[in-house]
Design a protein around this ligand. Structure first.
Ligand SMILES: Cc1ncc(COP(=O)(O)O)c(C=O)c1O
Length: 369
């Protein structure tokens, strides 16, 4: 794998290990992606200058979508402005006033916004709770048009959706199933759906190039019919300028790199497992995480901010995530690990949290007294 991205960032003049990016495979600074971007600029210039449907389409766009359809093992693929725009395109095209959209309570904000904008009836089920979902599917059984949408890897918890059971329920209740693979693409090879052998059972697959792919832009992969509907109805696709050539060049390079190294995420998942086990042994609450995203759930926002600040003193930059992004009293540090972190970084993380465990006990006592 052509790694090469910076593992450290500078914050207030300190060099800190960056555990707050979504650059899971470290591709964003790789020579392969940078060169592909430069070559695309040389061939096509710096801007696409129009929407895809006007004159913003260029040959590498078609090439990217062809490779993407192959990668996702779907008939057709479409690249749009961002992952956010991809969710707006999907739900804006496939859902309308008469549609009932079943959505996991912890789905990403772009899914929530897309559902609201579609004017459909949103039915939220408790996080990853298939019993609750089944109850709701039964309740709305007679509804004529139904869609289920879920993240596959949840962005703030690092746990995974129960995809096998969701597929079964969707079949039973005749529901169109959409998965958001933003945090799984590249890490689980083609995506979690593919990792579990469910790619043919799920109707619409979306994701983004902005995380493990080290670039930018959203994608949708599905049947020819569904992609045609989105091309004709997806407002963020129709009414927004196409991504610039530099981005498409990098996306193509990233995709080819990942296709040639489908197992490259495994090393990251193994590192994550070691760190998670270590944190749990120290007494930290890592929720139900089973991926490269590890929450360290602390409770009050003020405690999370104290711990966040303290971690910087130990050379580690994390994300401090607070309500409303996560539920009340579950403020946390969000750690996102990277495949190109080696032994020094692993040691550094473990050392920092060992020191933190001592401080944490002290902080908690003060917070709760
Ligand atoms: C689950 C999920 N879906 C969609 C998106 C949006 O992707 P993008 O940043 O490419 O707009 C994100 C980004 O954070 C995400 O976590």
């Amino acid at each position: 794998m052509d790694y090469g991205s910076e593992l450290y960032l500078e914050y207030q003049k300190e060099k800190l290990l960056n555990l707050a990016s979504n650059n899971y495979l470290g591709l964003s600074n790789s020579e392969g992606l940078k060169n592909a971007s430069i070559e695309a600029i040389k061939s096509y210039g710096t801007s696409s200058s129009a929407s895809r449907l006007i004159s913003g389409n260029y040959q590498i766009y078609d090439q990217l979508e062809k490779v993407l359809a192959e990668f996702k093992k779907q008939q057709k693929a479409l690249v749009v402005g961002s992952g956010y725009a991809a969710n707006l395109c999907i739900l804006g095209s496939l859902a309308a006033r008469g549609t009932t959209v079943f959505s996991d309570r912890l789905n990403h904000a772009s899914i929530i916004d897309a559902t609201v904008l579609s004017r459909s009836h949103q039915v939220r089920y408790r996080h990853a709770d298939t019993d609750h979902l089944e109850y709701l599917l039964e309740k709305f059984r007679e509804r004529p048009s139904k869609i289920l949408v879920t993240d596959t890897v949840f962005s703030m918890d690092g746990d995974v959706a129960p995809l096998e059971s969701l597929v079964e329920l969707c079949k039973q209740y005749q529901v169109l199933m959409v998965v958001d693979e933003a945090h799984a693409t590249g890490v689980f090879g083609r995506g979690l759906a593919h990792h579990l052998g469910l790619e043919k059972e799920i109707h619409v697959h979306m994701g983004t190039f902005s995380k493990a792919m080290g670039s930018y832009g959203g994608y949708i992969a599905s049947s020819q019919d569904i992609i045609d509907i989105i091309i004709n109805r997806g407002r963020p696709f129709i009414y927004s300028t196409a991504l610039p050539p530099a981005v498409i060049g990098a996306n193509l390079a990233a995709l080819e790199m990942i296709m040639n190294n489908l197992q490259s995420g495994r090393i990251l998942l193994e590192l994550s497992e070691r760190i998670r086990t270590f944190l749990k042994e120290l007494g930290f609450d890592t929720g139900l995480s089973s991926t490269q995203i590890i929450p360290v759930i602390l409770g009050k926002s003020s405690l999370a901010m104290k711990v966040w600040q303290k971690m910087m003193g130990y050379g580690i930059f994390t994300g401090a995530i607070r309500p409303p992004t996560v539920p009340e009293n579950t403020a946390r540090l969000r750690l996102s690990l990277r495949a190109d972190m080696g032994e020094p970084e692993e040691k550094m993380i473990k050392m920092a949290f060992s020191l933190m465990a001592r401080d944490h006990e002290l902080f908690s006592r003060v917070e709760n007294s």
